[in-house]
Design a protein around this ligand. Structure first.
Ligand code: ATR
Length: 276
């Protein structure tokens, strides 16, 4: 059977998912095609119905459709429902089921690439947007000692504390009050867009606020090393960029569609080839 897969987004031309998943199918010995699907917002409902009509086994959903796609699915995995966004749709026995693999993908990457122990850790997350929600929800399942969310707009961080405070020890602050939380942090995670191409000189916190010898992670992978990570390296921190999150969100999606284990090394090599 030929597996039909794809990614729906607007724009979608820049997506590395087709090259990554095509390599994965090849490495796993599964015949199939993974195609970019340029879907405008006003066509999303019809495009999702097209999954059934065309016999697709599943799709990834990317910007700007991750939230609205939930209106057109038959079932939503509880974690995706809590996060409020779907990035993976599985077509199973005529039903469309939505999942979110961003947060769990990020966690698998962080653990494998840095050896981070999240249970009992003090974690500071910078940012409270869409990517942050997926990551904070996944982090809370690991039972950290304390998770502090710092956001430019403090009310958004406070909103997350109200929503998920029952899941663990969660607090919010504005950037000008984050310094004390940073002093005791074991892991700092930047989920903001500060430092992303083309604004590669920007950094979300003052470099001298970074403690020495901890783990510093940045969701950005363009560039692979943000100024935040360069400064963290100077302080002998272990650094972690956003490429692994992209690879592993794809790995989890691949596993949901195929029930086979994802050939992660081949997926990473395919994406790395595109970045160079
Ligand atoms: P994503 O889906 O990538 O998370 P998003 O939902 O737009 O994108 O969230 C962007 C995050 O980066 C937010 O936390 C945003 O802070 P605000 O909630 O205050 O907008 C943060 N961000 C973006 N530009 C920023 C800047 N110049 N300084 C500080 N934070 C910034």
């Amino acid at each position: 059977m030929n597996l039909l897969l794809g990614v729906m987004g607007d724009p979608v031309i820049q997506s590395k998912s087709p090259v990554m998943h095509q390599a994965a199918l090849h490495a796993a010995g599964l015949p199939g095609n993974y195609v970019p699907l340029h879907v405008k917002a006003d066509q999303l409902e019809r495009a999702i119905q097209g999954i059934r009509a065309l016999g697709f086994h599943g799709v990834n959903v990317t910007v700007p459709h991750k939230i609205r796609v939930m209106d057109y699915l038959d079932e939503i995995d509880p974690a995706a429902a809590a996060i409020g966004a779907v990035n993976t749709v599985v077509h199973e026995d005529g039903r469309l089921i939505g999942y979110n693999t961003d947060g769990i993908g990020y966690l698998r990457s962080l653990k494998e690439e840095t050896g981070a122990k999240l249970n009992g850790a003090n974690i500071v997350v910078l940012g409270a947007g869409g990517a942050s929600r997926a990551i904070i929800y996944a982090l809370l399942q690991e039972k950290p000692k304390c998770l502090t969310i710092a956001n430019r707009t403090e009310a958004t961080a406070q909103g997350l504390v109200s929503e998920w405070g029952h899941l663990g020890s969660l607090s919010a602050c504005a950037y000008n009050n984050v310094r004390s939380a940073l002093e005791t942090a074991d892991i700092i995670i930047n989920t903001t867009t500060v430092g992303m191409y083309p604004h590669i000189e920007d950094i979300p916190i003052q470099p001298d606020w970074l403690p020495s010898g901890i783990i510093v992670s940045d969701l950005i992978y363009n560039p692979l090393e943000t100024v935040l990570l360069t400064e963290a390296k100077r302080k002998n921190c272990r650094i972690h960029n956003g490429l692994g999150m992209f690879i592993y969100q794809g790995a989890y999606a691949f596993e949901l569609w195929t029930k086979a284990s994802a050939p992660v090394a081949e997926m990473r090599a395919a994406v790395a080839g595109e970045l160079n």
